[in-house]
Design a protein around this ligand. Structure first.
Ligand code: 5GP
Ligand code: MG
Length: 178
């Protein structure tokens, strides 16, 4: 499917699943090198990262624990704005290596606010792995350790990402039709 319609908008395919898989696999190979013989905790950030995380972990050659968390989105654009843990982690992170798996880093504000929450729980190291990043939009000082793909400043759906709740099921990534 090259074009899809969700609610009031048309989208056209921008990244096919074959490309996504190549990039996710290449990212997994970098992570494999860094975590060989270790047992980090992978935290999949719901909802958007569910498909990326499911593919990523299947390429890993070490044994991670896999947890899920959900955060409420920040209000406004205040960089100091707090995100709230809506579905939290009950496993202790004390002394553990943590890899946060996120769908997309846009302004970076969400991840910027999630990091201290993870540090408070005692993680000994925290890295961010994201499927996508929009470098032009980054507003905060955020180190993204692993990023599968950089994209221009377009609104995208598919492969876990939604438009108003819909579109997460598509295996390809679509951007707003011009
Ligand atoms: P940030 O806090 O970095 O500005 O935004 C991160 C969150 O905004 C992502 O986890 C994602 O949920 C949402 N987001 C940012 N850009 C897009 C986009 O192009 N499409 C969709 N569906 N969500 C996006
Ligand atoms: Mg997200």
């Amino acid at each position: 499917m090259d074009r899809i319609h969700i609610l009031d908008k048309d989208f056209e395919v921008s990244i096919k699943n074959e490309t996504i898989q190549e990039r996710v696999k290449a990212l997994a190979e970098r992570i494999n090198q860094d975590y060989e013989g270790k047992n980090p905790i992978i935290i999949c950030i719901l909802n958007g990262a569910f498909m990326f995380a499911a593919d990523l972990v299947r390429y890993l050659t070490f044994q991670p624990e896999i947890l899920f968390a959900r955060f409420s989105s920040y209000e406004g654009t205040e960089t100091t704005g707090q995100v709230k843990e809506v579905m939290g982690i009950t496993t202790s992170l004390a002394g553990r290596d943590v890899i946060i798996v996120e769908d997309i880093v846009d302004t970076g504000i969400t991840m910027y606010n999630v990091l201290p929450l993870m540090r408070q729980k005692g993680a000994s190291s925290i890295k961010i792995a994201c499927l996508l990043q929009k470098p032009e939009k980054l507003q905060v000082d955020l180190a993204i350790d692993y990023c599968a793909m950089e994209i221009p400043n377009d609104f995208i759906v598919g492969y876990g990402l939604d438009y108003d709740g819909f579109g997460r099921n598509y295996k390809d990534i679509y951007s707003l039709a011009k």
